[in-house]
Design a binder for this molecule. Structure first.
Ligand code: SF4
Length: 666
């Protein structure tokens, strides 16, 4: 008889869908959304519907592999783990353990995937990345403003009268929000889309504006100035619950409509319209995307947008909020124990966007070994060729992955791992909702593949490490969820039955108006930002590039509907990426739809197929990120290493490019 098993999608997505899998004889018959999660309902997105295909994909690695010359050979688990533990032992006998760089990211957002950090801390402490390729600048910005990032449940947009979708494209990246936006609109909400790219999400909007790339901060400060000038601010909220408004008001006074319009390229009347709509047709919510902060000024931009919520009192109320991310679980999870940072003797940090430079130049100590888990940095980090050079410089590299990704391909040993449908884990609430979701094991991998926990347990035994209990998934989950169980009574047994709303998750963020900042207020002026070496106010800093004759286009590399970062590009064959350009511009360059062209920048070039778009800005080229280098993709070949001042976030969008047609000889 078929069984129904509860789990959760572990892709790095806004939604973390609750899933019900139908299984018979260790075979998954179907998966669907679990409607007990009211936010993600009973359906999955296109990527979610590919989980079974990914699990059963013929290219999955099922045995450890070692590189011999230019080819790969399967080896036993014992042999692979013996070699790796020998190398780890050798490294710690010759160098400080920081000669090892452990690179990890969010390829699987299961909580127990963080066990890799405990392993490397128990080993002695290694070099680890800090900063972000994802949401880091915005997270830091909201830490300065609110104390931490908290989002309203996505269903709360149905309580808004005005909704600004700022730099997010939910049709591609968070499909469940779309239904709530449609409901909100049916109830009369007015939806404004702000995005340099006219995405499909425009069809959900009543009004659309396209700021020049990297100028969203100026737009927000100009709107703030207009709201203040026109008296559309909530003085009671400002007086009781904020800090530094006078300094902020003084700063934004220079952001006149004329200046704002000139910098952003948006008509004055349109900026005025957005400001008035947001300030009068309340409650108003802002739904932020991550693209807004993929510039060197990204953190300040998010701070400027946050300020709009605070000056209009759209914080702590139903239908309001500046919704970006959700850090609801800090008080319920013992991250210290899970990651074991207190165990390490050594520690060294490197900004994620600078990783290649660091590996190539650092001498104290030089990186001798790379260990990569839940990540594909060769495809996802900026300046691919430099990354490849950096990888090639390192003596010994191990990657844990389900597939022979670009990163795995450059390693010396690949260890296969389980798909989440084969594993036990826990998914914490994402930005869209506040459900905790246990991933029950749905099927046993056939042939057997171990979980990552098993891999670390085996390495611990071989190396004789202390302070890493050799236990199973449920022991670890119970141990790290002790604060949750103590405070709320929720146990792992409860979670096995399906999604559970985190206590307090039903509340509107900041409804008590007590913020997690040092002052307990919303901080326009952040003393922490100042202490950490940044401007205390949300200032505007122009980005470092401007199109010119040599490079007339901004290169923007958003997320596609078809893949979560690089993961689903394993499915691609016999294709090359598409570079989308404005139709008129394309025709002027003698390019038609489907023609071959070379997109080039100061650091590299990429062959693409041309896609002409009528509604795309004339100064922008779009190529979706994630396409594997080995499959003739690799858009990060084009992007130089740069990062945001706040949050050390990869400034992917601060890149100019040009295009030349490729003549095909017949
Ligand atoms: S990728 Fe996101 S929307 Fe799609 S199934 Fe996973 S969590 Fe849901």
């Amino acid at each position: 008889m078929a069984k129904y098993i509860s789990t959760s999608c572990t892709l790095d997505c806004w939604d973390s869908c609750s899933i019900i899998a139908k299984v018979k004889n260790n075979k998954i018959i179907s998966i669907s959304g679990d409607e007990r999660n009211h936010a993600t309902r009973n359906f999955l997105c296109k990527k979610g519907m590919m989980h079974i295909k990914m699990l059963e994909h013929p290219d999955r690695i099922r045995k450890p592999m070692i590189k011999e010359g230019n080819s790969w050979k399967e080896i036993s688990w014992d042999k692979a783990l013996d070699i790796i533990s020998y190398k780890l032992d050798e490294l710690r006998s010759k160098y400080p353990t920081t000669a090892l760089l452990h690179w990890y990211h969010a390829g699987n957002i299961g909580l127990l995937k963080n066990i890799d950090s405990r392993f490397f801390n128990a080993y002695g402490g290694v070099t680890v990345p800090v900063g972000s390729l994802c949401a880091g600048a915005g997270n830091e910005a909201q830490r300065y403003d609110f104390g931490k990032a908290l989002s309203h449940d996505i269903s709360d947009v149905t309580n808004s009268n005005t909704i600004i979708i700022w730099g997010r494209n939910p049709i591609n990246t968070g499909i469940h929000l779309v239904l709530f936006l449609k409901e909100a609109r049916k109830k009369g909400a007015y939806i404004i889309l702000i995005d340099p790219i006219e995405t499909e999400t425009k069809k959900l909007a009543d009004f659309y504006i396209s700021p020049n790339p990297g100028t969203d901060g100026t737009l927000a400060l100009t709107i703030a100035n207009l709201l203040i000038e026109e008296g559309l601010v909530d003085n009671s909220f400002i007086n009781k619950h904020t800090l530094g408004f006078d300094e902020f008001k003084k700063y934004v006074a220079d952001f006149t409509l004329e200046r704002g319009s000139e910098i952003t390229g948006i008509k004055r009347e349109d900026i005025l319209f957005v400001a008035r709509k947001y300030g009068t047709n309340k409650p108003s919510s802002i739904i932020l995307g991550f693209g807004v902060q993929r510039y060197t000024n990204g953190g300040y931009t998010i701070r400027a947008i946050d300020a709009l919520g605070a000056i209009t009192g759209n914080i702590g109320i139903k239908g309001g909020g500046v919704n970006y991310n959700n850090n609801r679980m800090d008080e319920y999870i013992d991250f210290d124990y899970l990651q074991g940072q207190y165990l390490r003797k050594y520690s060294r940090k490197v900004p994620r966007p600078e990783i290649a430079d660091f590996i190539l130049t650092e001498k104290n100590p030089e990186i001798k070994m790379l260990f990569i888990s839940r990540a594909n940095p060769i495809t996802q980090c900026m300046d691919t060729q430099k990354m490849i050079k950096a990888f090639e410089k390192v003596d010994f590299k191990v990657t844990i992955d389900m597939f022979k990704t670009d990163t795995a391909n450059l390693s010396d040993i690949i260890l296969p791992c389980r798909h989440f449908l084969e594993d036990v884990d826990l998914v914490c609430p994402p930005a869209s909702h506040s459900y905790l979701n246990l991933c029950n094991q749905v099927v046993e991998p056939e042939p057997w593949i171990p979980s990552e926990l098993w891999i670390y347990n085996e390495l611990v035994k071989r190396l004789g490490l202390k302070d890493f209990p050799i236990r199973d998934h449920f022991w670890w989950l119970e141990r790290v969820l002790m604060p949750l169980t103590k405070k709320t009574g929720i146990s792992i047994e409860d979670l096995k039955n399906g999604p559970i709303l985190v206590p307090g998750g039903e509340k509107i963020p900041w409804e008590d108006r007590v913020f997690k900042t040092p002052s307990g207020k919303y901080e326009f002026y952040s003393s922490i930002a100042k202490e950490e070496g940044f401007e205390p106010l949300p200032v505007y800093k122009p980005i470092s590039i401007k199109p010119d004759n040599k490079y007339p286009f901004y290169l923007l590399t958003p997320h596609s509907k078809d893949s979560l970062h690089s993961q689903h590009f394993v499915m691609v064959d016999d294709e090359i990426p598409t570079a989308y350009i404005n139709k008129e511009i394309g025709l002027n360059l003698n390019l038609s739809d489907g023609d071959l062209a070379e997109v080039y920048t100061e650091v590299g070039s990429l062959q693409c197929k041309i896609g002409l778009k009528e509604n795309l800005r004339e100064d922008v080229v779009i190529i979706y990120e994630g396409w594997w280098v080995q499959k003739r993709g690799g858009v990060n070949n084009l992007i130089p290493e740069k990062y945001s001042e706040i949050g050390k976030h990869a400034a992917y969008y601060e890149c100019l490019c040009n295009i030349r047609p490729i003549k095909v000889s017949h």
